[in-house]
Design a protein around this ligand. Structure first.
Ligand SMILES: [Zn+2]
Length: 246
């Protein structure tokens, strides 16, 4: 074991250079995935597939303290992925969405956002306008996690044939990560075969540079670095990270 990361000086951290270089190379080598070919290779058909559309709500896409351009730019690729899956016959679309209690404990870290009953907690209109919207199941959540205090585990138990999960939305290192890891780890714990796919083009996270964060007394958040590291960490845990799906 080396020195714990938090105890390393900036100079010692440069020792992680080879690793960061490796991740950058891994990222550059990601390839697009043809869904039909992947399903055929794993004996999957559309009824075995669930698409998880995470936190594509007004409060992250359009208006509110946590809305930003990086997530707003996801609307087009997320719409395209939903439309593609719907055209291929997928009818399970699960939408874990921040729908917070007015006094949510999470606000201590992220400020007030997406309160139940407020427009911020509603699905972005670009997604509700799609034909697939008739097959959306919204999963309101009061934390970053899709299953704590929600009905997700009941849904999964009621749909035992569903074993291919496509996870899209925001944020890569927060709710997307929690959702993909939950699906992977729940299957591992139950010895249940499943495939969890995360297409990079359909996930993103926010950016809060050090100077801007210090000016408002918040913790900085390097969007590019954390996006990359958490994609890699998902891959490390058996989640199939690809460049895009087609
Ligand atoms: Zn939240």
């Amino acid at each position: 074991m080396g020195t714990p990361l938090a105890k390393r000086s900036p100079a010692e951290l440069s020792g992680s250079g080879a690793f960061l270089e490796f991740i950058a190379g891994w990222h550059a080598g990601l390839e697009s995935l043809n869904l039909q070919a992947d399903w055929a290779a794993h004996e999957i058909s559309a009824q075995h597939v669930a698409v998880f559309v995470v936190d594509m709500v007004n409060g992250f896409c359009h208006a509110g303290p946590l809305a930003g351009g990086r997530v707003q730019a996801l609307l087009a690729p997320v719409r395209a992925a939903i439309t593609r899956c719907h055209a291929l016959g997928v009818r399970h679309f699960l939408l874990p969405q921040d729908t917070h209690q007015p006094d949510a404990l999470e606000f201590a870290q992220f400020g007030t956002h997406c309160v139940a009953g407020h427009t911020e907690s509603e699905t972005a209109p670009e997604l509700t306008a799609l034909p697939a919207a008739a097959d959306y199941t919204v999963i309101p959540k009061n934390s970053l996690h899709p299953a704590y205090g929600t009905g997700l585990e009941h849904w999964l138990a009621a749909h035992p044939g569903v074993r291919y999960f496509l996870v899209i939305g925001d944020c890569t290192d927060l709710c997307v990560y929690q959702t993909a890891m939950f699906l992977r780890l729940a299957a591992n714990a139950a010895q249940r075969e499943c495939r969890v796919v995360v297409p990079e083009s359909c996930v993103q996270t926010y950016d809060l540079p050090v100077a801007a964060a210090q000016a408002i007394g918040a913790l900085p958040h390097d969007g590019d670095l954390l996006h990359l590291v958490f994609l890699y960490h998902m891959a490390l845990n058996g989640i199939h990270v690809v460049k895009a799906v087609e």
